[in-house]
Design a protein around this ligand. Structure first.
Ligand code: LLP
Length: 407
């Protein structure tokens, strides 16, 4: 460990904070493109496509890059679909994978010619009313779940998502009542796996289901591909091995059945490592033997540590060089929100911090800005892109106090 100066090994942290304010989200175009390509090349199977799951990050400038890397997208809401189209995704490259959505939201997708995936029989009926004679995807709950926290397990018997397999016959009847054709199946068992076993089992399962549904032309195996948030100790997900295993599974299926389009739905893997959150140390204190580093990085800017007890690596960046010193006991790094749970990291061994130092929160590109809020009426931070030539470009201005209120 030591003090840092640059973010992504490229851009001067204090220069960025001076120019764009603190806190600040920073993205690296090069890393984003590398991760897009890794996912795009996951399988060799010729009818393989990737749907970037945009809930992880919907900055339109990042979406443009992802679009240019030949990934398609998922949308969870009219807002996401609107931003995706703004970034250049044509409706045929978008799938609306909703959960408990309204008639108006379904209508939005249908009006734009966007394929809809429904995840209950009741939503299937509603879509039938909105789009009689159209096509539909069914989100299956395979009864298997996985994820880094119980709040992000989206498959299995206790999850609110998907149609249970025993209800598939009923789903076919409802689709027939509305002259709808079931052209796709999708699933998503949960977020962040580093061991691929559950993903592979679920993939085999949904392909089995597809075998019994001859109108199905596309199977989406879901997202959840993890990244190593703990640098140096957590291994990277072996995408080469996983790709080979998926290729084998799909090729065998195709030999036995028919050609089919295969999709995956990664969110985090595409954007997490290309983003960092920068902030500033505003105060330091020791209270009753606990050392607190106070920052402007409240859970309004990054909620993951508070919501899921998630771990993000942190670096400390002094404004001027100084000799390296480490705290002699683990410290708490906390934010500026009026709640005692506002803890960015607890029991961390860190370099000694002083007021005015900057903090880099690594791997904040997924579910960072996307889940940020204006809690305590703090405006949303700016977002900046470090482009391929190394220059920084503002890709979303920070909110101002005036933005906090619109009549
Ligand atoms: N597809 C569907 C239908 C999803 O619900 C999700 C994530 C994904 C794909 C993408 O999952 P990923 O590849 O990013 O794991 N806020 C949490 C993660 C929630 C994920 C919700 N659904 C976090 O910060 O860890």
């Amino acid at each position: 460990m030591g003090y840092e100066k640059l973010v992504f090994g490229k851009a001067d942290v204090h220069a960025l904070l001076r120019e764009y304010g603190s806190p600040l989200y920073v993205y690296d175009e090069e890393i984003l493109r590398v991760r897009c390509r890794e996912m795009r090349n996951l399988m060799k199977y010729p009818h393989f496509r990737v749907n970037y799951s945009a809930k992880a990050n919907t900055n339109v400038e990042l979406l443009k890059i992802i679009c240019s890397e030949d990934l398609d997208v998922d949308g969870m809401s009219p807002g996401e679909m609107y931003l995706e189209m703004k970034a250049g995704f044509t409706p045929d490259r978008i799938t609306f994978i909703g959960n408990n959505v309204s008639r108006q939201e379904l209508q939005f997708a249908v009006d734009h010619g966007i394929l809809v995936s429904v995840d209950s029989l009741s939503q299937l009926k509603l879509l039938g009313e909105v789009n009689r004679g159209g096509t539909v995807c069914l989100r299956i709950n395979p009864g298997i779940g996985a994820g880094h926290h119980e709040k992000v397990v989206t498959g299995g018997k206790k999850a609110k998502f998907g149609i249970a397999v025993e209800d598939l016959a009923l789903a076919q009847e409802i689709a027939a009542d509305f002259d709808m054709t079931i052209t796709g199946l999708n699933q998503h068992i949960g977020s962040l796996f580093l061991e691929p076993d559950a993903y592979l089992s679920a993939a085999a399962f949904i392909l089995d289901v597809a075998a019994g549904l001859p109108t199905v032309k596309m199977v989406d195996l879901g997202g959840g591909f993890g990244i190593p948030y703990r640098h140096g100790t957590e291994p990277r997900l072996d995408l080469v091995l996983l790709g080979e295993q998926l290729d084998r599974l799909v090729n065998d299926w195709v030999v036995d059945h028919r050609p089919i389009t295969i999709r995956t739905e990664p969110g985090r893997y595409v954007v997490a490592e290309s983003g960092a959150l920068l902030g500033t140390v505003t105060s330091v204190k020791e209270n009753y033997n606990t050392f607190f580093v106070g920052t402007d990085l409240g859970f309004n800017t990054l909620v993951r540590p508070v919501m899921y007890d998630s771990y993000h690596e942190l670096s400390v960046v002094p404004p001027q060089e100084r000799p390296y010193q480490e705290y002699d006991k683990p410290v708490f790094i906390v934010g500026n929100i009026c709640e005692s749970g506002d803890i960015l990291a607890h029991d961390r061994v860190l370099p000694v911090c002083r007021e005015g130092d900057a903090i880099i929160v690594h791997d904040a590109g997924a579910y960072g800005f996307a889940m940020a809020s204006t809690y305590n009426s703090r405006p949303l931070p700016a977002e900046v892109l470090i482009q391929l030539d190394g220059t920084a470009r503002l890709i979303r201005r920070a909110q101002t106090l005036e933005d906090l209120w619109r009549e």
